[in-house]
Design a protein around this ligand. Sequence first.
Ligand code: FPP
Ligand code: MG
Length: 298
Amino acid sequence: MIDAVERKIEQYISELGDQYVFRLYKNIPHGKRLRTKLILKIAGSSLKVIKTAATVEMIHAASLLHDDVIDDADTRRGQASVNASEGNKTAIMMGDILYSKAFFELNSVSSEVAKVISNAVVQLSLGELADVELSKSFHTNREAYLKMLYQKTASLMEASAESAAILAGKNRKAYRQYGHNLGLAFQMIDDILDITEDSKTLGKPALHDFVEGKVTLPYIYLYEKLADEDREFLVSLHRKRLSEEEALWIKSAMKKHHIIEKSYNEAKVLIDEAIESMELLGEHDLSNIAKAMIERKF
Ligand code: FPP
Ligand code: MG
């Protein structure tokens, strides 16, 4: 069924009649297709469902193309990013093409679904802007960080689950909440893996978030635990290329203060809630997706 979504995306892109765009798209490694998995599990595989999943994946891909320009990222999924290999202009326009074609196609699915997804893209964009603002200097604003996480990552997963529920005639509120929890936990785990995993596993440099300026939850919690002098040292490392010693200092301070456990448990509360709600609805596959999310290593 995932194959049908891949074929639909390729069909949409070949309809554009541009060989260069098609080649570029084929060169972009796609990820776990998590949003597609959610949509198909909730709503089956009718043509409308396949189209919805294809448009969501195109929007997601577009947002990452733009994000890599904004973050000035050299790699994406272990491969040179489009901005690195083709330049910023191409990456931005490729994102715009994927995004606008997706919207054009979404209109023929259902106006309700189009509304839910377009609202998520507004959130996505607000979230990316908030991320840029929050990354400019060190901060300890947990609420602002969580709001940004919701907008930047959870909103599209929430919209994917809700759209699928609309198409399947299921309770949209329950599935929306499931997507919400899953999306937030996904990003929280991502933030943790950036600290605990090595660069080979991640497909990007380790501790990259902090170097990029992103003060993720573990860093906020670490700051709260540190004595004044160490706080100052942590803040001095923000947005800095880290030496091996400095990276080690961060990792061992995180360990000493049990920061990873604290952050992980916060994600786990959301996952447990998602699992419980799906078990109640008899959606075992969806509860398994949530379980796998908390156990993932990359
Ligand atoms: C990755 O964040 C970024 C996102 C999930 C969303 C980016 C959204 C936009 C650029 C808004 C524009 C949207 C469209 C559809 C044109 P990250 O940098 O924390 O994660 P990473 O490590 O995967 O780069
Ligand atoms: Mg990024």
